[in-house]
Ligand binder design. Structure first.
Ligand SMILES: NC(=O)c1ccc[n+]([C@@H]2O[C@H](COP(=O)([O-])OP(=O)(O)OC[C@H]3O[C@@H](n4cnc5c(N)ncnc54)[C@H](O)[C@@H]3O)[C@@H](O)[C@H]2O)c1
Ligand SMILES: [Zn+2]
Ligand SMILES: [Zn+2]
Length: 379
């Protein structure tokens, strides 16, 4: 089959690789109809996180079941399914507690949490390919209505829609609450969409990329361009001096100023400043235990010096971590089916697999308008 293969930093190739096969009774093989490129893919792409050469990229996958192992009895050949980016066994202590993001059995390295086509998440190939093997298929796969309707909405269910929603859950967004989201990338935009769905009264989205801020406004948010205004002042003014109830960090360790210089603490500092006393922050942007190219000595060791003193004094709660996709994807799917959610609106490019090399390059350079790329291997 054809697949997007990681070769080294800034080097991916579309190549022929062996087709995946059923290796155990609980496996399924999915024929991929859509596989997205994610902001997280850029971490290994840029060489900021070590990734094994030869691995197949792609953790945002959906498609149609092509084959199942002898022990799979819920999911059937021909089912249209979404594949959560977390790969989980379904039976370990963390899985039964609902934390499929920290499965204790799926990652052979022993580290909690496994996934497809991603560094440190186990040996599992990703789905930027024609076919994908999914272990523990009955547990992991989410059924979708057959056909091709809502493809671009459903393809957001494997990662970023649940991840944005998780940010708002950790930030305790509820009807009438005010919310500030930092980062208008796909995850921040999904957090804005989620905050509106959860009944927030005001949603601010902070970034400096104009095309992305315009999308945030399409979701009903107020755009704040941090290259043009003082963010704390602007949000304080717009909330009658009170600050927001909830904050979402959707940027991660590469937070930077508008000249591109990285300051890993700047978004957390801004959140601590704009979230009111006793408010909550959901930090879903990724930080890593080490980052050899980090901006400071601390950052190289995954240490981020932010204004924790003020956060403590204000009694702000902070939630972090990978999204346990299965906790939300069924209900988010049903919001799409019933016309209440339209996450596919952020898609800027639909491309055949062969265009992946160019798409990685342009998405990485944040070329104007490259917000979210969906690859269609069958195209
Ligand atoms: N927790 C999870 O499970 C999970 C899942 C998926 C992605 N992520 C992470 O979420 C983060 C966002 O993902 P994405 O795909 O939207 O990435 P992205 O890189 O496309 O978007 C990040 C946005 O942040 C903006 N930004 C940079 N510095 C900023 C600052 N100081 N203030 C405000 N905005 C700033 C950038 O301009 C960009 O638009 C990444 O770290 C990604 O790895 C986490
Ligand atoms: Zn992703
Ligand atoms: Zn498990």
């Amino acid at each position: 089959m054809k697949a997007v293969v990681y070769k080294g930093p800034f080097d991916v190739a579309v190549e022929e690789v062996p087709d995946p096969t059923i290796q155990g009774p609980l496996d399924a093989i999915i024929r991929i109809t859509s596989a997205n490129i994610c902001g997280s893919d850029l971490h290994p792409y840029e060489g900021r996180v070590e990734f094994e050469s030869g691995m197949v990229f792609g953790h945002e996958n959906m498609g149609v079941v092509e084959a199942v192992g002898a022990g799979v009895d819920r999911i059937r050949v021909g089912d249209r399914v979404s594949v959560p980016f977390n790969l989980a066994c379904g039976t370990c202590r963390n899985c039964t507690d609902g934390f499929t993001s920290a499965c204790l059995r799926a990652n052979p390295s022993g580290q909690p949490g496994a996934g497809f086509g991603y560094p440190a998440m186990g040996p599992y190939w990703g789905g930027q390919a024609e076919l994908l093997r999914v272990p523990w298929a009955d547990f992991n796969l989410l059924e979708l209505p057959e056909g091709t309707e809502h493809e671009l909405d459903f393809t957001m269910l494997s990662d970023i829609f649940p991840t944005g929603y998780h940010g708002t859950e950790l930030a305790k967004v509820a009807p009438g609450k005010t919310v500030a989201i930092f980062g208008a990338g796909p995850v921040g935009l999904m957090a804005a969409h989620s905050a509106m769905i959860r009944g927030a009264s005001q949603v601010f989205v902070v970034d400096y990329q104009e095309d992305r801020l315009a999308l945030a406004e399409e979701f009903g948010a107020t755009a704040i361009d941090f290259s043009k205004v003082d963010v704390t002042e602007a949000i304080t003014d717009l909330t009658d001096g009170f600050g927001v109830d909830s904050g979402v960090e959707a940027v991660g360790y590469q937070a930077h100023d508008h000249t591109g210089e990285e300051h890993p603490e700047m978004v957390l500092d801004a959140l601590v400043s704009v979230v009111r006393a006793t408010g909550a922050i959901g930090a879903v942007g990724v930080d890593n235990p080490s980052d050899p190219e980090g901006a400071t000595e601390e950052a190289k060791q995954g240490r981020v010096a932010f204004d924790f003193g003020t956060a403590f004094t204000k009694g702000i709660s902070i939630g972090t971590g990978q999204c346990p996709v299965k906790r939300y994807n069924r209900e988010l799917r049903d919001l799409i089916i019933r016309g209440r959610a339209t996450p596919g609106r952020i898609v800027s490019h639909e491309l055949p697999l062969d265009d992946a090399v160019d798409a990685f390059d342009r998405f990485d350079k944040r070329v104007d308008g490259y917000t979210k790329v969906v690859l269609h291997p069958a195209a």
